[in-house]
Design a binder for this molecule. Structure first.
Ligand code: NAD
Ligand code: MG
Ligand code: MG
Length: 339
């Protein structure tokens, strides 16, 4: 493997905040990303923000409480120079077709926080629009918390359509208003962001890691160890290791753990991530690249997310959750439902 220096990571000095400050911005959806992005934009001096919402939802009420003007999706889109689509990926195609397309003005910039809908052609935007990506690399809550601490979350940007000739500069400006210019903005593409994001969440973050945690817990409990101890060992401690890697990489992590942990870790890591696992990881990537994963996901959506809901219920009723509740009860700073 070789390290190819492919890009210059951009920061605040490369971005012109006045571009986004000068635009009326419609934020469609006020969930994980919508709320964090709207608040960060406002604190970065973007004064004309409208939150688009279905109305009557808790999200709409929250946007009102936060001091934003809330309009229907259609009204929000009509007046906007920038329309940011912060709806769940699986509803973006229908909302674009039914509500955005009939109401959006020519020359508007249409933005996304993940490459999925554009890359897999679920949304085919009118050719009169600029289409940009500003994908913060982490949950909305963290995006907001970092911003309020004067820090920022890295962001991957891209451009799919550039009718104005200004789409990349606008994406940089938007990302800077999210606070990403304090951390790093990576000029990438819808394809690269989409495929790498899906791969990392499937193979590592939301697939591999939770599966290892569950299996590890089950094996310890089966072998007669206390569930509370198994929970601490297999789940609770993930954060400490993740934080060390996040902060300083592998060598920094190795310096903070015992030689025993490091030595055993190499041996076990080699046993676990063997040729079979690598082959499966490559197959997962191929399914993402070929569109097979996107098709399976859309099929489940069309069946009311039967599979997704049943798997989610399985996690919620897993025994590790009961152990977790008990262990976390003495640590009130770990809030149960915070995302
Ligand atoms: P979300 O699940 O929090 O939902 C966003 C909003 O959409 C909510 O206000 C909800 O009320 C509304 N909504 C839900 N269903 C709807 C429907 N059928 N019609 C209209 N509105 C509906 O979404 P999210 O997790 O913020 O994800 C938004 C986008 O950001 C996605 O493209 C996602 O991939 C991307 N993203 C999310 C995160 C994250 O923090 N979860 C991180 C990076 C990128
Ligand atoms: Mg990701
Ligand atoms: Mg993702």
């Amino acid at each position: 493997m070789t390290y190819a220096n492919r890009m210059k990571i951009k920061t605040d000095k490369d971005c012109d905040l006045s571009l986004i400050r000068g635009q009326p911005v419609a934020i469609l959806g006020y969930g994980n990303q919508g709320r964090a992005q709207a608040l960060n934009l406002r604190d970065s001096g973007v004064s004309d923000i409208i939150v688009g919402s279905r109305g009557g939802t808790p999200a709409a009420a929250r946007a009102g409480e936060d001091g934003f003007e809330v309009l229907s999706f259609a009204e929000a889109v009509k007046g906007a120079g920038v329309v940011m689509v912060l709806l769940p990926d699986e509803v973006q195609a229908s909302v674009y077709k039914e509500i955005i397309a009939p109401n959006i003005k020519d020359g508007t910039a249409l933005g996304f926080a993940h490459g999925f809908s554009i890359h897999f052609k679920e949304v085919i935007p009118a050719d009169t629009l600029d289409v940009f990506l500003a994908a913060p690399k982490g949950p909305g809550r963290a995006l907001r918390d970092l911003y309020t601490q004067g820090l920022g979350m890295p962001c991957v940007i891209g451009v799919a359509q550039d009718t104005s000739g200004n789409a990349n500069a606008l994406a940089l400006s938007y990302a800077a208003a999210l606070g990403a210019g304090r951390a790093g903005i990576l000029e990438s593409s819808f394809r690269e962001e989409c495929e790498t994001d899906l791969f990392s969440e499937q193979a590592i973050l939301c697939g591999g890691l939770p599966a290892l945690v569950k299996a590890g817990y089950e094996i310890l409990v089966e072998a007669g160890y206390a569930p509370e101890v198994a929970y601490i060992e297999c789940l609770h401690e993930v954060k400490q290791i993740a934080d060390l890697m996040w902060k300083g990489g592998l060598d920094f992590k190795n310096q903070a753990i015992s030689n025993t942990a490091e030595f055993g870790g190499y041996q076990a890591g080699d046993r676990l991530v063997d040729d079979h696992v690598r082959a499966e990881m490559r197959a997962i990537l191929l399914d993402i690249q070929s569109g097979k994963f996107a098709k399976t996901f859309s099929e489940d959506r069309d069946q009311g997310f039967k599979t997704l809901k049943s798997r989610r219920a399985g996690d919620a009723s897993h025994e590790i959750e009961k152990s977790g509740e008990k262990v976390r009860a003495t640590m009130p700073w770990l809030m149960k439902n915070e995302s």
